[in-house]
Ligand binder design. Structure first.
Ligand SMILES: Cc1cc2nc3c(=O)[nH]c(=O)nc-3n(C[C@H](O)[C@H](O)[C@H](O)COP(=O)(O)OP(=O)(O)OC[C@H]3O[C@@H](n4cnc5c(N)ncnc54)[C@H](O)[C@@H]3O)c2cc1C
Length: 296
């Protein structure tokens, strides 16, 4: 399957942002069927340049991640990236994952450190494994066959106590070790993205930075997510969510409108791609992409 870096180069030449959609392996067989038979086919309507599939805590979804990526690529012909984390894995485990990915024709890996598993406060390096994602990037790069994406944090990574610029310097180190592009954590204030992008570009980072966008679907859910990942909800969003309460239809309509306005502004300011955290739902992402005039 094609390398995402080549697809992003084409977008750069055309001056048109890429659209990509992220899924997670469902917990139940019904959820997995819905993802593969309904959600993914519907999201083809968003004209995606690529899809991506997450890698669950402690490697618990290893085979599911590979299986879903493989199935999407075979059935829909859309390049699909497998996420991979260092959590609980030795170099050998990671090597085996990459060999399996290679045999399934998977060409793109999102190289991550991963979050600590539930109940564990901070990340603990597995014996014989990697401590930081830049080590994983270098290891995946040594295979000389995978395109590599990495995570970036416009507000700084939640565990980085030295300040966001130190975290951004570490992101640059991941790119220097071989990453082809960056996908950001979800954010709601575009000025955070511009400051982050300007900082990195001023230090010579040239790879595409794709903006991670989540159309809000539920007030409680987004509160939980932002607490976990450290992204901030603006005053405007928080007070609107308070007014809408548990009316998830109204919250979704607000979320679609907010994400549309956010993406329109990012596109007007030259964003190279928009990466949607779909939460395995299709409607909100499809509506935003159609509002932007970028769907099929
Ligand atoms: C687009 C995207 C997709 C994601 N998908 C998944 C997924 O599928 N599965 C999953 O479990 N998680 C996923 N995550 C979450 C991610 O794993 C966590 O945010 C994790 O805590 C950080 O991962 P990282 O790759 O950025 O780590 P790193 O780049 O290793 O950074 C982790 C922390 O270590 C610090 N650090 C880095 N290098 C050094 C150094 N040399 N010395 C000291 N400190 C250092 C950084 O500042 C940061 O605070 C995703 C995040 C994003 C943005």
């Amino acid at each position: 399957m094609r390398l995402i870096r080549d697809i992003l180069k084409e977008h750069q030449l055309l001056g048109k942002p890429s659209i990509s959609c992220e899924f997670f392996p469902a917990k139940t067989p019904e959820g997995e069927r819905a993802l593969l038979e309904k959600i993914v086919p519907r999201l083809i309507g968003a004209n995606p340049s690529f899809f991506s599939v997450t890698y669950g805590a402690g490697g618990t979804t290893r085979d599911k991640t590979l299986g879903i990526v493989d199935q999407i690529q075979r059935e829909h012909g859309v390049p699909t990236m497998a996420h991979l984390t260092c959590v609980g894995s030795t170099r050998e485990d990671i090597g085996n994952f990459l060999e399996d990915a290679k045999s399934s024709g998977i060409s793109n890996i999102l190289a991550l450190r991963g979050d600590p598993p539930p109940g564990q406060e901070s990340f603990i390096k597995a014996e014989g494994g990697f401590e930081f994602s830049h080590e994983l990037v270098a290891y995946v790069k040594s295979y000389e066959r995978f395109g590599i994406g990495v995570a970036g944090f416009p507000e700084g990574h939640i565990a980085c106590t030295e300040g966001r610029e130190v975290d951004w310097d570490r992101l640059k180190a991941k790119v220097d070790r071989g990453a082809d592009f960056v996908i950001t954590q979800l954010f709601f204030d575009n000025s955070d993205f511009y400051t982050f992008r300007d900082y990195l570009q001023a230090r010579g980072m040239k790879v595409p930075i794709l903006a991670g966008i989540i159309p809000i679907l539920s007030g409680r859910q987004i509160q939980r997510f932002t607490e976990l990942c450290g992204s901030k909800l603006s005053e405007e969003i928080s007070s609107r969510l308070n007014e809408l309460g548990d009316d998830d239809n109204a919250v979704s309509a607000f979320g679609i409108d907010y994400a549309t306005r956010q993406c329109e502004e990012l596109i007007a300011n030259g964003v190279e791609g928009v990466h949607f955290y779909t939460l395995n739902k299709s409607q909100a992402t499809l509506e935003v992409v159609r509002n932007l005039g970028l769907g099929k």
